[in-house]
Each structure stands twice: as structure tokens, then as C-alpha cells.
Design a binder for this molecule. Structure first.
Ligand code: G1P
Length: 270
């Protein structure tokens, strides 16, 4: 029912320099799989097989990853190494991939608006591949699709973060529906701890209804001079149209070195 998933991947990944000087941060591997592949697998597990990337300069390795590599595949064909390509081959077989470029870094909201040409007039998922999620038992995006089916409006995944960390996230407040669901009334991008209404943080998983594009077009730059998806969602939230969902599972902030190491250890030990 929700067929498309958008991956904003234009960011520079400065926290991982020099590793990200000449390669996209989304291609950094947790064990043998790049971060972006975990994200696409999660989208597909949620039924979204139409994968849309908002890329930027220096991101071509992502396109190559989701394509056949003839010479390599020919070389290892029939050897014991062939099986190592099974996971990516399955994605290539089952998904379509489309790309558009964000020319200027004007924020996550602007990146999502840039993706309108690939999404069109339909509800879609958004995955920020830096946030690596392990859902229990289903993937986090699959859980969110169920929430969407129930409420028919935008959905954001949230988790509690330490109070001193609220300045790194979009923070939500609202009316609790049950232990896992809240109807959002207020959203604020990266507040200082003293201004934060709660410590419930949006993580990099969204289901957005397509009216978000028109709202984004009319959303002025906010925090850090960038167009924020948080501000656009606040416009929907004023009409009661955003649900915060406390997902079942774990999330690793692979945009930070500490989170990246934690994810690596988790996958190595499991
Ligand atoms: C973005 C969003 C923020 C959200 C976060 C989740 O921030 O702007 O609201 O909480 O992703 O990872 P970024 O991490 O890109 O600065």
C-alpha cells in the first residue's frame, strides 16, 4: 500500500572524516554491509520496493552498489564467495531505484522536498540511514506502516533520549493515546535542554502524507537556517495529523563514532 521510500543521502558525514572524504558516509559498513543497505532492507521488509534517493555530489558509489557489477560477479561466479552477494542481489531483483540530486545543503526538509519529483502524490516512508534500527520482531518501518493503517496520517518514530541530548533531535510533545502512541501537539527542532518540552526524540524514520510537500514549500528556514521537516510536521500536528510511535526494538546512532562502534559490536555478537 505504501510503495515508496525516500532516502535523503546528500549529507557530508563530516563526523567521519577522513573516512568520508571520498566516499559517502552511507557506504560505511557495519560488518560487511553498508549502512544504506540495512536501510533499504528495512524499507523492503515494510513492503516498500520503490526506492528513491536524494543524493548529492560524491555519492555515486550508492548508485553502483544497487546495480550489477559484471566483472566482479563474473570473477566470483561458481566460487564460495558468490553467496556474499546474495543479500544485495535480492534487493536489486526486488526493488527499483531512482535518484535525484539536491544541489545545495538546505536542510532535511529541503532534501525531502527535492524528492517530490520521485514520490509524487502518495504517502511515503523516509529512512535516514545513519539511524540503524533493529526492530523486534518486525523492522521499525514495517511497524510504522501498521500505525499508518490505523491512523491514516503522518507517523514519526520516537524514543526517549537523555535530557542533555535533546539538542540533537526533533523533540515532540502531545496527548498520550496508549503506551506506544501519542498524538503530537508540539514539535521543536533541536531545543536547548531548558526549552525542551519532553525528552521524546524523533529518530530517522517517518511516514509522510503527500500534503507535506506543499507545506514544505511554504516552510521558512528554521533552526540553523535550514528548512526543517520538524517545522513542516508541526503544521500537520496542529491539525492532529501526526502520530508519534514508540517503536519496539533498538536504534543505533551511526552518525556518531560511538553509535557506529555499538552497532558493530551488536551485529558481531548476535
Ligand atoms: C534530523 C532531524 C531531527 C531528527 C534526527 C534523527 O537531524 O532534523 O529532527 O531527530 O534527524 O536522527 P540530523 O540528525 O540530520 O541533524
Amino acid at each position: 500500500m505504501i510503495m515508496k521510500c525516500l532516502f535523503p543521502v546528500a549529507g557530508y558525514g563530516t563526523r567521519f572524516l577522513p573516512a568520508t572524504k571520498a566516499q559517502p558516509k552511507e557506504m560505511l559498513p557495519i560488518l560487511t554491509k553498508p549502512l544504506i543497505q540495512y536501510g533499504v532492507e528495512e524499507a523492503l521488509a515494510a513492503g516498500m520496493n520503490n526506492i528513491a534517493f536524494v543524493t548529492g555530489r560524491g555519492k555515486r558509489a550508492i548508485e553502483d552498489h544497487f546495480d550489477i557489477t559484471y566483472e566482479l560477479e563474473d570473477q566470483i561466479s561458481g566460487t564460495s564467495k558468490e553467496g556474499q552477494l546474495d543479500s544485495i542481489r535480492e534487493l536489486i531483483d526486488r526493488c527499483t531505484f531512482s535518484y535525484t540530486r539536491q544541489n545545495h545543503m538546505r536542510g532535511l526538509g529541503d532534501a525531502i522536498l527535492t524528492g517530490e519529483t520521485l514520490i509524487g502524490d502518495q504517502t511515503f516512508g523516509v529512512i535516514l540511514a545513519d539511524d540503524l534500527c533493529v526492530g523486534e520482531p518486525d523492522g521499525v518501518m514495517a511497524q510504522m506502516v501498521r500505525v499508518y493503517k490505523q491512523y491514516r496520517c503522518s507517523v514519526v518514530a520516537v524514543e526517549e533520549v537523555p535530557h542533555e541530548a535533546v539538542g540533537s533531535y526533533g523533540i515532540v510533545s502531545g496527548a498520550q493515546i496508549d503506551a506506544q502512541h501519542m498524538r503530537i501537539e508540539g514539535m521543536v527542532e533541536k531545543p536547548s535542554p531548558q526549552d525542551a518540552p519532553t525528552n521524546l526524540a524523533v529518530i530517522g524514520r517517518y511516514i509522510l502524507t503527500p500534503d507535506i510537500f506543499e507545506i514544505l514549500r511554504n516552510t521558512p528556514p528554521g533552526k540553523n537556517g535550514e528548512v526543517q521537516i520538524t517545522d513542516a510536521l508541526q503544521t500537520q500536528a496542529k491539525n492532529g495529523k501526526v502520530i508519534a510511535y514508540r517503536f519496539s526494538g533498538q536504534r543505533f546512532d551511526c552518525g556518531s563514532v560511538a553509535g557506529f562502534v555499538a552497532a558493530t559490536n551488536y551485529f558481531f555478537n548476535r
